[in-house]
Write a protein that binds this ligand. Structure first.
Ligand code: ADP
Ligand code: MG
Length: 384
């Protein structure tokens, strides 16, 4: 039996700064990752996700700030001494070794001396067979958990992408690290397999109870697997929270835009003394004072509902295209002011060319001219 798993470690980042030349790639990052948490760093390409992960792993010394893993300052430690396991998109498997050999390698490096790993010389070690048996038992236990036991004798070239990814995970798991760091591990897989591996990774995280720090540019991955998501942009964390918090209460327009597919609809409006004017026919009332001037309304596609044309308090639109997704439709429409919107509605009878959209004011997001969320209760009333 493999030894007891060690308790998961938390990770604390304080004021992490990283520069390449004159470019500041990480701009004073603070982040507390709880022991056993599945935390995802998500954001557009180039925002600094990999750099931050590599900073935690120790591959990339930061210019300022501290990294603590399991309460221990690790800034002076090389990667190997930080006790974290990295899983890459490229798998980085040894092509000449079998699956079993690939998974066993980290344990052999740790438990066998150099001589015991060399051809011929290793035959002289009386303790090697016993240590090897122990290692293989652990390798098998991990392979069983990942459902790759029947593949143990194969070489990486004889595996599918998903199987290779599991072997890479297995190689990380046998190390029983304080935390798993994963950089876009699913991005080389085809769409169907990616969906399946999302579930498998989330299950694996539950079973291991380990700390996962996961990097992806794919907001769906972030939303479906994580306990919490840190949404990054140009070297900063824009918002840190549960997937539901990021979706339901985005702190800024940038967050609202990044999370959700199809993306949130954004509509220009004007905050005045007599309400927030969205269209001639549609005026919203806010509970608390909203600074007068231009504002942006965020409307998720699923919070728009078709209504009869010209119904009071609705937004008249013209249908441009209806996209049938099976269980639901995406209605691409345009308002009389020329703004394009997408409504997500249950599969429906064909909609007429001109109709209206009813807006649930409780599900509206309001952003100020600076892009920040304005917290107010909208929609006590909508008046025509
Ligand atoms: P992400 O993983 O979010 O796509 P990265 O962390 O890889 O982003 O990169 C963040 C920024 O740092 C990018 O602008 C990238 O070009 C730059 N960068 C990354 N590594 C290096 C490097 N070794 N030298 C110079 N610039 C780099
Ligand atoms: Mg990256």
């Amino acid at each position: 039996m493999p030894p007891e798993r060690r308790p998961p470690a938390g990770i604390t980042l304080r004021g992490i700064v990283k520069r390449y030349g004159t470019a500041t790639v990480l701009d004073s990052i603070d982040l507390d990752i709880a022991p056993g948490e599945f935390l995802t760093l998500v954001g557009p390409s180039g925002c600094g996700k990999s750099t931050l992960l590599r900073t935690i792993a120790g591959f990339e010394p930061q210019d300022a700030g501290q990294v603590r893993i399991g309460g221990r300052a690790v800034d002076a430690l090389p990667p190997a001494a930080r006790d974290v396991a990295m899983v890459f998109q490229s798998y980085a498997l040894y092509p000449h070794m079998t699956v079993a050999g690939n998974i066993a390698t980290p344990l052999e490096m740790r438990r066998l001396s150099l001589a015991e790993r060399l051809p011929l010389l290793r035959l002289l070690s009386p303790r090697r067979p016993r240590i090897r048996r122990g290692i293989m038992a652990e390798v098998e236990a991990v392979a069983r958990q990942l459902d790759i036991l029947p593949l143990m004798a194969r070489k990486p070239a004889q595996l599918s992408g998903g199987q290779r990814q599991r072997v890479a995970l297995g190689r990380a798991m046998v190390r029983d690290p304080a935390a798993f760091l994963m950089d876009e591990p699913l991005s080389n897989l085809d769409a169907r397999l990616r969906v399946q591996m999302r579930t498998e990774l989330a299950d694996l995280h539950k079973r291991l109870g380990a700390t996962f720090v996961y990097v992806t540019h794919d907001q769906v991955e972030a939303m479906t697997m994580s306990d919490r998501v840190a949404l990054m942009e140009t070297g900063r964390i824009l918002q840190l929270g549960t997937p539901a918090a990021l979706y339901d209460t985005p702190a800024s327009m940038a967050v609202a835009r990044f999370i959700g597919s199809p993306p949130i609809n954004l509509l220009q409006a004007e905050a005045r003394a007599d309400g927030i004017i969205l269209a001639e026919s549609l005026r919203l009332h806010a509970d608390s004072a909203v600074p007068h001037g231009p504002v942006t309304l965020g409307l998720r596609p699923e919070s728009l509902e078709p209504a009869p044309a010209e119904a009071p308090g609705t937004l008249p639109v013209t249908l441009r295209r209806a996209e049938n997704l099976g269980a639901e439709w995406l209605l691409h429409v345009v308002t009389s002011a020329g703004a394009a919107l997408v409504a997500r509605v249950p599969a429906t009878a064909p909609v007429p060319e001109r109709f209206s959209l009813a807006i649930d004011p409780a599900r509206l997001h309001l952003f100020g001219a600076d892009g920040r969320r304005i917290v107010t209760r909208l929609g006590a009333r909508i008046t025509a």
